[in-house]
Structures are given as structure tokens and as C-alpha cells.
Design a protein around this ligand. Structure first.
Ligand SMILES: Cc1ncc(COP(=O)(O)O)c(C=O)c1O
Length: 392
């Protein structure tokens, strides 16, 4: 039979440019480690404490009350108001509920933000080292991703504002910043935030600030937030999540804060995405915001102990170099004689069954680093360090 002459004779099975997605070295290394039955993994960014009962109970109670139907796409009004109250209580800022959008994770919030602003061939400028999924999300949205790195000086990460601003091109649509940073633990200062906001206003570009680790600080109640300095109509999206602060990584719940004019656009996109997070999970998130402070402090007390253990460990091992960990639960370090992060991570898995994340997963500038997540029990960290010691 003759083929219909209007039918294409050949086409790609999958979207052609997906071939250009950069691989995720972190995910690859995790898979490599999982083959070993005795693997001890500090390669993933989560703790080992299960979600506290008061949050699980809230989800259960909501299910039992029949809160199992579709919810408004951007979240139940009462939970959006809970978020607004949270910003007032913790940050002393007033953000109305119509700028707060509940999402099916912090990752989803990143996708919604990027989808709402990116046209084909736009460029994104990412401040690296950075959590790889932000770069991957921009690539999936067909943006070209440029990277500019933090500087390492006197054992601390620094932002060179001139270098960041010089890397912006006429095609740059947005700057991606994670503060506090996964993986470095670097925290952007109030002055730097103000300078970047002012620059973005002048250039008419967006800022996407990922503040998922905003509460995981060892000094004060929270890290400086872009929301403390932005005007309500600044082109700013702030990404956040329940995953880390409330031990809810598996629940998939996050939020996005947008400018005054973003609600309709984000609603339209979310409607064609998965129509918002599950009803009872949103309500559990509301309970976390309302009653979660005690839990956050408990977690921070454990992580502060682990951080101190690591500071002492690195001081004893001059072949390892770990810049100051100002925030988050990550140690991002180098080994003087093992500059290839993939080889070092494989060696750790092969020889002592310890899985860490390779630095190249976080951008071009951190190929000699590895990341260790210390949001674990003291015993697990002690065992991990024993294993690490055998290899170094
Ligand atoms: C900087 C950053 N943003 C977002 C996320 C993802 O959050 P969620 O679990 O809500 O998707 C992570 C997880 O590691 C992260 O490190």
C-alpha cells in the first residue's frame, strides 16, 4: 500500500533536543552504590528521621474527614493563608495568600516558575555550584544554561557580584540562585540580595531564588531571604519546600512565591500539569507550618552536633579541605590527591561501601569536590567517617 503522501516519512521517537540533556552524575552514582547490599549512603539530600506524627496524623485525619477530592489548583485557601502567616511569624514580612502557590514539590515549583517565563532560545544564568535539578529543569524547558561560579577564598565561598553581572547577556531571562546553597552551604548576605535585586530591575530580568534551605541555619532563625527586600511586583520567584525542614521528602509538597501578577499564569500552567498537590497532603503541610517549629529546632540540634563532628574530623585530616559550612546539612569537600570526583566516589563505593555525591553533579566548577549529607543519626555519621578514613 502506498503511504499517505501527507504523512511524515520519518520522525524522532522522542523530542529531539532531549538528547542534549546533561547527565545527572549524582543520580548515576547513587545507582552505582545501590548495587552493594552493605552500602551506607550519605549521597542523597535527606535525613533519616521519618515525618513526625503530628504531620502524618493531620494527613490521616484529613483523609478520614473525606478531604480526598480535587483541591483548588494553587492550594486550599486556608493553607495558602497558613503560608502567609508563616512568613509573617518567622520573617516578619507580609505576603498575601494570592502570591503563594502550593505545588507538588519544590522541584515542581522550579518547573512552574521556569515554564512561565522561558521562550525557546532564552538563556538562564545559574550561580554554581548548584543543585543539578535546577539546571536540568531549565534544559527541559529548552533554555540554554550558562554557569557562573562562586569563588573560593580563605576557605569560604564568596560571590563576586561583578563577575555575576558580567555573565548576563542580552538573552538572559533569569538568574538562578540557591541560598543557602546546596551543595556548598554558602549563604547570600542581605547586601548581596539587595544588589542582585537592583541589577535585575535595571536589566528587566527575573530572579529565581531557591530558598529550600532557608531555615537550616546554625545562627539565627532563618537565612536572609529575597522576599525581605523585594518589591511585590519585582520579577522574583522564590521556591520552597516542605521536604527538608519537616522531614517530608517523600510527600512531594512545596510552594512558590510569585510577584503580584503571577497567580493566573501559574494557575494556568499548574492546571495542565497535575492540577496541584494532593488535598490531604496540603492539609498536612498546613499542620507542619503551624506546629513545626519545635521539630525544626530538634532537627537543627542534631545537625549542629554532626556539623561539629565534621569540623573536628576535617581538622584532623589535612589532606581533606572542607570550606566553612554556614548552613544546610552538607559538607562539600576536596581531597588533595583525589581531584576526580567520579573516581573518588566510585572508590568509596567499591572499597568501603560509602556513597557520596560527586561535585561535578553541581556544575562545571566543582569537579574536584564531593558532597556528604550529614542529616543522619550521630551513629550513622560516625560509621561513615570510619569508612571514609580507610580510603583517605
Ligand atoms: C536546592 C534544592 N531545591 C529543591 C529541592 C527539591 O525539593 P523537593 O523535595 O520539594 O522537590 C532540593 C532537594 O534536594 C534542593 O536541594
Amino acid at each position: 500500500m502506498n503511504a499517505n503522501k501527507n504523512e511524515p516519512t520519518s520522525f524522532h521517537t522522542f523530542r529531539e533536543d532531549l538528547e542534549n540533556l546533561t547527565p545527572n552524575a549524582g543520580a548515576e552514582m547513587l545507582r552505582y552504590g545501590w548495587r552493594k547490599p552493605d552500602i551506607l549512603s550519605l549521597g542523597q539530600g535527606e535525613g533519616c528521621v521519618a515525618t513526625p506524627d503530628f504531620i502524618s496524623d493531620a494527613a490521616h485525619a484529613a483523609m478520614q474527614k473525606g478531604r480526598t477530592f480535587y483541591a483548588p489548583v494553587l492550594g486550599f485557601p486556608e493553607v495558602r493563608q497558613e503560608l502567609s502567616d508563616y512568613y509573617h511569624r518567622i520573617y516578619n514580612i507580609d505576603i498575601p495568600a494570592n502570591r503563594l502557590f502550593l505545588t507538588g514539590s519544590g522541584t515542581t515549583a522550579i518547573h512552574l516558575a521556569l515554564t512561565s517565563i522561558l521562550d525557546v532560545n532564552d538563556e538562564i544564568l545559574a550561580l554554581t555550584p548548584i543543585w543539578k535539578n535546577l539546571l536540568g529543569a531549565a534544559e527541559v524547558s529548552r533554555a540554554k544554561v550558562n554557569q557562573v561560579s562562586l569563588e573560593m577564598k580563605d576557605n569560604q565561598w564568596h560571590l563576586d557580584l561583578e563577575k555575576l553581572f558580567a555573565a548576563v547577556t542580552p538573552k538572559t531571562k533569569a538568574i538562578l540562585i540557591v541560598t543557602p546553597s546546596n551543595p556548598t552551604g554558602w549563604v547570600m548576605s542581605h547586601d548581596e540580595i539587595k544588589a542582585v535585586l537592583e541589577f535585575a530591575r535595571q536589566k528587566n530580568i527575573w530572579i529565581i531564588a531557591d530558598e529550600v534551605y532557608g531555615r537550616i541555619v546554625y545562627d539565627g532563625a532563618h537565612a536572609p531571604s529575597f522576599l525581605e527586600h523585594a518589591l511585590p511586583d519585582d520579577k522574583l520567584y522564590t521556591v520552597n519546600s516542605f521536604s527538608k525542614s519537616y522531614a517530608m521528602t517523600g510527600w512531594r509538597l512545596g510552594w512558590l512565591v510569585g510577584p503580584t501578577y503571577a497567580e493566573d499564569v501559574i494557575r494556568d500552567i499548574a492546571l495542565y500539569d497535575n492540577m496541584g498537590p494532593a488535598s490531604f497532603i496540603q492539609l498536612a503541610g498546613g499542620a507542619a507550618l503551624k506546629d513545626g517549629e519545635h521539630f525544626i529546632q530538634e532537627q537543627l540540634a542534631l545537625w549542629a552536633k554532626n556539623r561539629q563532628t565534621l569540623i573536628e574530623f576535617f581538622a584532623k585530616h589535612p589532606q581533606l579541605d572542607c570550606p566553612d559550612i554556614s548552613a544546610t546539612f552538607y559538607a562539600f569537600f576536596t581531597h588533595k590527591n583525589k581531584p576526580d570526583c567520579m573516581a573518588f566516589c566510585r572508590e568509596l563505593i567499591d572499597d568501603v561501601a560509602l556513597s557520596l555525591a560527586p561535585g561535578c553533579a553541581f556544575g562545571k566548577s566543582s569537579r574536584s569536590y564531593v558532597r556528604l549529607c550529614f542529616a543522619c543519626s550521630e551513629a550513622k555519621l560516625a560509621e561513615a567517617l570510619k569508612r571514609l578514613e580507610k580510603v583517605i
